[in-house]
Write a protein that binds this ligand. Structure first.
Ligand SMILES: Cc1cc2nc3c(=O)[nH]c(=O)nc-3n(C[C@H](O)[C@H](O)[C@H](O)COP(=O)(O)OP(=O)(O)OC[C@H]3O[C@@H](n4cnc5c(N)ncnc54)[C@H](O)[C@@H]3O)c2cc1C
Length: 393
């Protein structure tokens, strides 16, 4: 048997791949099993300076993803001898990755794309793991898809179950059992579950605590810090566009079309008479410096280099917004957030190129193992890496 801790992008993939390979699997997830459209109720964000975003439920943070599907860190992983070429192709096929058809690109997104083109910026539609035939275009991907159009990791959990995996929800793993350099199982409070193959995939904010408590070295945190910028554009109804439908790659940032309800509240607070459909926005996401810390507390600040990259990106995002017709005199930004926490149990520090720790049979397979800040959506890479690791377990 194998025990998998956590059911997000990493854990659900490991559980499915092991179950398909004929192993008995026990998957233990701290959060509850939910219906997709309720995912927003399970945000468990951490205010660490930069606000770190995640959800704790079956399917993990994939339950609120925007469906963005980019390959990232291919070269960095190759530096460790990990070539994911075939796994990426497999994942893209399995998740049906494709750009959205023009009919699903809303007016706000189209205006931002046209504005970026007029400014000479290389704008592209975002590849998505969203089924265009099912998409209901209500813009609520990051609340939880109400139309089952966007892939999420709970689907992999279902597939694992169909192949015999046992799934426990609402149960937190509190410790790892070892003896003589070999893993023996996990602890959930006073209850023990025994096995000689354990895969920790509790996410970058929990995994280092679990493995750190048995003396495995851990590493510093990154989160792809992002700024949200928006301004007034009456009746544009950008809130109903599929979020992050297009992006512009800059040297020091990734700039995405982006709506946030918090922009509306902030504009209202600044005295503007706006409703949900009156705001146009963009996100500036950077590959932040990995200076964060997960210990008894979690800390993640902004370095001078981070601030410079965010400022450069924000200037470009502001220019696109203004060119697209948003009123520059109304522009606001939100407090900094990070939606890709990672790096806290890296390849080369906590695990080897098979993702195994120095404890035989104890693996890590989630965003903790990423060797560098992606500055881009990591789900595709996490799934590909999990497939790669399972083949070597
Ligand atoms: C709003 C939002 C939108 C996003 N959109 C995208 C996108 O479009 N594309 C993309 O590539 N990325 C996106 N991301 C990032 C992506 O969702 C995460 O990087 C990815 O899901 C991380 O996978 P993971 O396996 O490391 O952790 P998670 O998916 O967070 O899974 C960890 C799981 O472990 C469980 N757990 C924690 N502790 C324990 C414990 N002690 N015992 C048992 N279980 C435990 C948690 O409850 C959770 O279910 C987005 C993130 C956010 C917040």
């Amino acid at each position: 048997m194998a025990i998998v801790v956590g059911s997000g992008a990493g854990g659900a993939t490991v559980a499915k791949e092991l179950a398909f390979a004929g192993h008995r699997v026990l998957l233990i997830e701290k959060g509850p099993e939910i219906s997709e459209e309720d995912a927003y109720r399970h945000y468990a964000n951490v205010d660490a300076g930069v606000k770190l975003m995640r959800t704790c439920c079956l399917g993990g943070t994939t339950m609120v993803s925007a469906g963005n599907a980019m390959r990232c860190l291919e070269n960095e992983l190759r530096g460790f001898g990990i070539d994911l070429t075939s796994e990426f192709a497999e994942v893209e096929q399995e998740l049906g990755v494709q750009e959205l058809p023009d009919a699903l690109i809303g007016d706000g997104t189209r205006r931002l794309m046209d504005a970026a083109t007029r400014l000479g910026l290389p704008v592209r539609k975002m590849p998505k793991f969203i089924d265009p035939g099912r998409c209901c275009q209500d813009g609520r991907c990051s609340f939880g898809c109400p139309a089952q159009a966007r892939w999420n990791a709970a689907r992999f959990v279902d597939a694992a179950r169909e192949h015999g995996a046992q799934v426990l929800t609402g149960k937190s793993v509190t410790g790892i059992l070892t003896r003589g350099g070999q893993v023996r199982g996990v602890l959930c409070g006073s209850q023990e579950y025994h096995d000689d193959l354990v895969v920790v995939a509790a996410g970058a904010l929990e995994t280092p605590r679990l493995i750190g408590s048995i003396g495995i070295p851990t590493s510093s945190l990154f989160c792809d810090t992002f700024a949200s910028i928006g301004g007034v554009f009456p009746d544009i109804r950008f809130n109903q566009d599929v979020p992050m439908g297009a992006y512009v790659t800059q040297k020091s940032s990734l700039i995405l079309t982006h709506y946030s309800r918090q922009l509306v509240a902030t504009l209202q607070g600044a005295g503007h008479t706006v409703e949900d459909g009156d705001v146009l926005g963009m996100m500036v996401k950077i590959a932040d410096e990995d200076t964060g810390l997960v210990g008894d507390t979690i800390e993640k600040g902004v370095t001078g280099n981070d601030a410079r990259r965010l400022t450069e990106g924000s200037a470009v995002a502001g220019a696109i917004l203004a060119e697209a017709g948003a009123d520059p005199s109304t522009f606001v930004t939100l407090p900094l957030r990070g939606s890709h926490p990672g790096g806290t149990a890296r390849i080369g520090v906590s695990v080897d190129a098979r993702l195994m720790t120095r404890i035989t049979g104890l693996y890590v397979c989630d965003a903790s193992v990423l060797p560098a800040t992606p500055g881009a959506p990591p789900i595709l890479t996490l799934i590909a890496l999990a497939k790669y690791a399972v083949k070597r377990m």
